[in-house]
Design a protein around this ligand. Structure first.
Ligand code: TYM
Length: 328
């Protein structure tokens, strides 16, 4: 059995990209693997937020994890800052990382905009992510395409440390990416990825959106002047993105979908997509409402933290021994 680890930042507006790129894999993998799923609150403070807002967002994402089908009997679900070893291992890994490789990270370059006032936390972010993964002797990391570079860095760090401090120090993990959900694009601009922070709320569909918002977002989605439904990422990126979403929810191959809509206009296709999305997201919203304010939610997270901590402690003992750290 493989150990699986992944995490999502706590913000209230988890969207179709997060779901199709990552969360759906989380649910699938728990049937066959040993899964550890984290709400990465320490990553979230790289962009400071009011404490009360962060606390609520942590519970929002925890409730969404359960609402999409993560089963706490099968998977460990916990909050990153409840297990102290994430920060501890992050420092140890920092000492084996290079400023050059960190400054080449695309997300850092985009977010820091080369400014001197760019937060150091943004720079160190991928090292904390590597610590999250390596702490659990992870074999497989289910994520969207945008995390590929961070997974590569995690592998580089693990291999580098193993070379210096002993091959048993870290398990070298692999990323796992979906075929038709790994990169869902913005509905208003199919050349940039669907994102939690884009200003236009119709650029994304959030898992908790009301049917009217889903409908508006899809019907407004940018297409093109070709007027025919083709799977053509280069020339028809808007309709191709919608086909990817359709395909991910129905398990129909993109080419099957193209064949089904031959001779139809965008309107018919979009209307069907609205129905598919509304039908699939309604049960998630219902389950979320039931669990979000329950006591069960906090007890699941506390239990998860204990189980995660037990695994993390073992890894830290081994890592510290190999590095010659501490005397206990
Ligand atoms: P975050 O919170 O930005 O996103 C959570 C997951 O959603 C995926 N994703 C997408 N997939 C497809 N299309 C999109 N438009 C899209 N947008 C986001 C992301 O790839 C991710 O899998 N650094 C991570 C969180 C993290 C983590 C970890 C992940 C911290 N430590 C350890 C795995 C393992 C992040 O910011 O994800």
């Amino acid at each position: 059995m493989n150990r699986v680890f992944s995490g999502i930042q706590p913000t209230g507006n988890i969207h179709l990209g997060n779901y199709l790129g990552a969360l759906r894999q989380f649910v699938e993998l728990q049937e066959t693997e040993e899964c550890v799923y984290c709400i990465v609150d320490m990553h979230a403070i790289t962009v400071p937020k009011p404490a009360e807002q962060l606390r609520e967002s942590i519970l929002d994402v925890a409730a969404l994890y359960l609402a999409v089908g993560i089963d706490p009997e099968k998977s460990i679900v916990f909050v990153q800052s409840d297990v102290g070893s994430h920060a501890e291992l992050s420092w140890i890994l920092t000492c084996s990382s290079y400023t050059g490789e960190l400054s080449r990270m695309t997300q850092y370059k985009q977010k820091s905009k080369n400014q001197e006032s760019a937060p150091t936390g943004l720079f160190m972010y991928p090292v904390l992510m590597a610590a999250d993964i390596l702490l659990y002797d992870t074999n497989v990391v289910p994520v969207g395409d945008d995390q590929k570079q961070h997974i590569e860095l995690t592998r580089d760090l693990a291999i580098r440390v193993n070379g210096k401090y002993g091959e048993d120090t870290f398990v070298v993990p692999e990323g796992r990416f979906m075929k038709s959900g790994a990169r869902i694009m913005g509905l208003d601009d199919p050349t940039s990825k669907m994102s939690k922070s884009a200003e236009n709320e119709y650029s994304r569909i959030q898992l908790l959106d009301a049917p009217s918002k889903i409908k508006k977002s899809v019907m407004r989605a940018t297409t093109d002047n070709v007027g025919a439904i083709n799977y053509d990422p280069e020339n028809q990126p808007g309709i191709t993105n919608l086909i990817n979403i359709y395909s991910a929810f129905t398990d129909h191959d993109p080419q099957e979908i193209v064949a089904k809509y031959q001779g139809e206009g965008y309107g018919t296709f979009k209307k069907d997509l609205v129905e598919i999305l509304t039908d699939n997201l309604a049960p998630i919203r219902e389950k979320y409402e039931k669990i979000r304010h329950s006591d069960e939610l906090t007890s699941i997270l506390k239990d998860g933290a204990q189980r995660a901590d037990a695994i993390a402690q073992k890894t830290m003992e081994r890592v510290k021994k190999n590095f010659g750290l501490g005397i206990r």
